[in-house]
Design a protein around this ligand. Structure first.
Ligand code: SAM
Length: 289
């Protein structure tokens, strides 16, 4: 078995298939065995796990996943990679490759089919151009998930972990922290990829909460409030909400802010997840009464 984490083996495969990288698909392949081993150990995969890999590329990480997990389902958009994956993964009988766009795949169906509807783990070196829709899609669709361990742009990993008061704190931080516990487990230099990306990367593990850390009556409504408050960052929270197309009038918003003992000029970026949950519960009740 030629392990692709070894650069010479990756070069040989790229040459054999005369592969040309497609920028539009965010193709940066890993060529470092240490970082691959690190991702596998941090994702805490066991022989009981079914893993969904998003974007297997030429199968570099898939080889490691196949050796650690019970089953691997890998979804790759680029048709030209499918014959390569058949070659590089021919030694494994526990890998299924699906040629599709992950944003169009019914992941619940994959869980049902390959893991008897039990929670899966997601492990991926993500295509950076669609990091947020992939993560949000996984959480919001409520597919059964144990964890998501992913390589993302370092700056995006930082945003997922941020707390109120930081300039990088925003809708993504709140959404991730509502569904999961985020932990950056490795920082990765561009030198570990071919071709080298223009940005630094990080591996972040998101461990799904069984129950969210805050109680919210209407999750959808809370996320609409969060989006409205960060859409116009320089506006006050009251302005953002009253003009956010949510059907909330200024008087209602002000009375709830007062009830929460918040200044009428407070900005969304100062509120914790707990405060957004409370705001949502109070505004939701007002709206319904
Ligand atoms: N896992 C490989 C590795 O670590 O070497 C490749 C990672 S590369 C950063 C991202 C991969 O995702 C590419 O193989 C790319 O073709 C694939 N990809 C991009 N957009 C995709 C999409 N919408 N659905 C599925 N795969 C996608």
């Amino acid at each position: 078995m030629a392990y692709l984490g070894i650069p010479a083996n990756t070069m040989a495969i790229l040459k054999k298939y005369n592969f040309s990288f497609q920028k539009k698909y965010g193709q940066n392949f890993l060529i470092d065995t240490n970082i691959l081993e690190r991702i596998i150990s941090e994702s805490e995969i066991t022989k009981d796990d079914c893993v969904l890999e998003i974007g297997p590329g030429i199968g570099t990480m898939t080889q490691y996943l196949a050796e650690s997990a019970k089953r691997v389902v890998a979804v790759e958009i680029d048709r030209s990679l499918i014959p390569i994956l058949e070659d590089t993964l021919s030694g494994y009988d526990n890998v299924t490759v699906i040629n599709d766009d992950i944003l169009k795949v019914d992941i619940q169906k994959l869980c049902d089919k390959y893991n008897d509807s039990r929670p899966i783990k997601v492990v991926a070196n993500l295509p950076y151009y669609i990091t947020t829709p992939i993560i949000m899609g996984l959480f919001e669709s409520h597919v059964p998930l144990k964890s998501i361990t992913i390589m993302v742009q370092k700056e995006v990993a930082d945003r997922m972990q941020q707390k109120p008061g930081s300039k990088d704190y925003g809708a993504l931080s709140l959404a991730v922290q509502y569904y999961a516990k985020p932990e950056i487990v490795a920082e990765v230099s561009p030198n570990y990829f071919i071709p080298k990306p223009n940005v630094s990367s990080a591996v972040i593990r998101l461990t799904r909460y069984e129950n969210p850390p805050v109680e919210v009556d209407d999750e959808h409504f809370m996320f609409s409030l969060i989006r409205a408050s960060f859409n116009q960052r320089r506006k006050t929270l009251a302005n953002g909400l009253a003009n956010g197309g949510l059907g909330l009038d200024r008087e209602t918003v002000n009375s709830v802010l007062e009830k929460m003992e918040l200044s009428l000029t407070v900005r969304g970026e100062a509120l914790t997840l707990e405060q957004f949950a409370k705001l949502s519960n109070l505004l939701g009740k007002k709206g319904n009464s």
